[in-house]
Design a protein around this ligand. Sequence first.
Ligand code: NDP
Ligand code: MG
Length: 384
Amino acid sequence: MKKKICILGSTGSIGKTTLQILSENKKDFEVVLLSGNSNVDLLISQAKKFKPIYIYYNNFYFKDKIQSFCKKNKINFIDNLKSINKIKFDITVSAISGIAGLIPTLDIIKYSKKILIANKESIICGWSFILKQLKKYNCKFIPIDSEHFSILNLIKNLNRNSIDKIYLTASGGPFFNKEINLNNVTINQAINHPVWNMGKKISVDSANLMNKILEIIEASLLFNFPIKKFSIAIHPKSLVHAIVQNNNGLSFLAYHEPDMKIPIFNSLYDELNNKKFFKNNFFYKNKKENKLLFFKPDFKKYPALQVLDIANKYGKNGIIMINVFNELLVNQFLSKKIFFSDIVRKLLLIMQSNRIKKYLKINKIKHINDVFKTYNFCKGILNW
Ligand code: NDP
Ligand code: MG
């Protein structure tokens, strides 16, 4: 029997990589639900190729176009995941970017036997709610952010008490070895990642190291270790994704080509036999080619490192705020309202203000609505 697949965010970078794997393995998988947002033409061409049963789409602007396409092609159009009926997806891939992925992720768990989550923002903002849903609907979970997928595999046979430090590697982004005035950085320069080809938001986050800060917060939630257990190693070739250092002097590294196909493929196939055989090329072409270099990140170059201390101090609602302010500031940069260097500068300034401290003292996260209350509060502060 073919596995039934649902993809939230099929028109994005993770969504497209997933579809590429599925199209190479048609005998094992059947695409049942696709979803997108602004890239309507791509969504339509994906639907023509994969013939899903459902398209989930809730962007007001292009709704009519998608709806009439669905009608013509006998595809069920849904703008609310709660209206799915009597279906269980074998595997869902949650790959919407930003906090917009949180509610769809929570809703889709009900209909999924297994969920692969790429969307780190929803984990940061709603992990306790996601966890509850996973238990309630007996849904298996695999993180597919490459560092987290690596950590999961590295620690599964280790004694937790022997783990001294977990390093997440970072390429260092496009400005790692460059002397550049960060005020003058253009959008294209910021999203021109040296190794990975990803969506705009995560590419900007990678350029100032905020992606790694968010990933440490994500890892601390997923693996239930304090933030202090994690560190960052700059590793420009992005071949090693995580390092687990034990207190007996042994460190374990997870190595794979910098290609999201590896975590996605292995997570799709974790309970199936597959014949695919990926190879790693450890050998250097010449003596100058240093593949395995690791550097400590420099606080001057990456002021975002200070955000970790704040995350450590402020707890659950504080990390939601960090995620939300960052997301809103990245959007402001992408719409040319602020400089690239303003993203982290403003984030640090706001997070250390008395107004935020006061809000965090009074407001705790008990219900999913509290997450969106914080979201609206942050929006209000930035518009002020
Ligand atoms: P993209 O920007 O390439 O894709 C995002 C997807 O989400 C698109 O399908 C987009 O639709 C859809 N989307 C955006 N906003 C909304 C919305 N409001 N409602 C519904 N759908 C929406 O991002 P990536 O694929 O790069 O990243 C996705 C997630 O995975 C992020 O959280 C990222 O941090 C994480 N991740 C990504 C990695 C990568 O290599 N790309 C690696 C590890 C984690 P449309 O394009 O049609 O507008
Ligand atoms: Mg990652």
